[in-house]
Design a protein around this ligand. Structure first.
Ligand code: G3H
Ligand code: 13P
Ligand code: ZN
Length: 307
């Protein structure tokens, strides 16, 4: 109970056939909404911050809030660095008590990705922390960089096998057709399940699905009703997530769904109460909005009562 590393929760998930949700947060209300849902359902949970979140809020604030939340909760909590781009950020996270780090050198040549990942593994394991890496490259917005069709590539399963053996990495995110953000598919949603199955059998380690938000219609409708202008949004349907979990996905990342729910809630409060300027009234309901999304995700992932 309390703070554990990524391998601790993912190896159990892999053996028992469910996935653990990894939820991004940038402020207190998001963190509280995520933890409330996980505690209520007795689900293990991964709370994660990107480099952008660290730049925004400061790692001292994020890490102390996260450690406090993990210590208080009677469930297993992993504090994870999402898309760490350098060994410096990896070290910063480890020194602040993160129990897991992602070294994402997927934009670099394969050999460089391999050697950076190996170094991150050597360093993180000294802290009893776990390491996630990425192979192939997702489409979408990452750290304000737009990776387009031409810049994205799917994972090569044979390369994944070699990479995992050479680096000793604890979890791998294979690019299989998802993308970050709210605009994932133009036509019918489709992931490369055959490729996923192959990567799972060749590597034997827990796999991670990035860009997995479902982009709920309800959040989009609410946001647009209260002044947003979001068109053509599409996420990964729940049945595809469930199928991916059957084929080896043990960690499912969600950021966009939380952002959409949070901002739709703020828009609604401001529109319904134009006279209001008490932050607690405007931001308070965002906790419930985030919690509702996380409760739903936990149901889809099957991680309830496994914490
Ligand atoms: O990759 C995960 C995120 O959704 C992108 O987050 O804007 O904090 O880098 P960021
Ligand atoms: P979404 O944009 O689909 O929420 O993906 C988040 C993610 O992969 C964080 O690493
Ligand atoms: Zn991601």
């Amino acid at each position: 109970m309390g703070l554990v590393n990524l391998s601790h929760v993912l190896l159990k998930a892999k053996e028992r056939g469910y996935a653990v949700g990894a939820f991004n947060f940038v402020n207190m209300e998001m963190l509280q909404g995520i933890l409330d849902a996980a505690v209520e359902t007795h689900s293990p949970v991964i709370i994660q911050t990107t480099e952008g979140a660290i730049e925004y809020a400061g790692i001292d604030y994020l890490a102390s809030m996260a450690r406090m939340a993990a210590e208080k909760a009677n469930i297993e909590v992993v504090i994870h660095l999402d898309h760490g781009k350098s060994l410096d950020t990896v070290m910063l996270a480890l020194e602040h008590g993160y129990t897991s780090v992602m070294i994402d050198a997927s934009d670099k040549p394969y050999k460089e990705n391999l050697s950076l990942t190996k170094e991150a593994v050597d360093r993180a394991h000294k802290f009893n922390a776990s390491v996630e890496a990425e192979l192939g490259r997702l489409k979408g917005i990452e750290d304000n960089v737009n990776v387009d069709d031409a810049g994205s590539t799917l994972v090569d399963p044979e390369q994944a096998k070699e990479f995992v053996k050479a680096t000793g990495v604890d979890a791998l995110a294979p690019a299989i057709g998802t993308s970050h953000g709210a605009f994932k598919f133009k036509g019918t949603p489709r992931l490369d399940m055959k490729r996923l199955e192959l990567v799972a059998s060749l590597t034997g380690i827990p796999l991670v699905l990035h860009g997995a938000s479902s982009v709920p219609k309800g959040s989009i409708e609410k946001a647009n009703k209260y002044g947003a202008n979001i068109k053509g949004a599409a996420g990964v349907p729940d049945d595809i997530i469930k199928q991916a979990i059957k084929q080896g996905i043990c960690k499912v990342n969600t950021d966009t769904d939380l952002r959409l729910a949070f901002t739709a809630s703020v828009r609604e409060e401001l529109a319904k109460h134009p006279e209001e300027f008490d932050l607690r009234k405007i931001l308070g309901p965002t906790r419930q909005a985030v919690k509702a999304i996380v409760l739903n995700r936990i149901g889809v992932f099957g991680s309830g009562n496994r914490g």
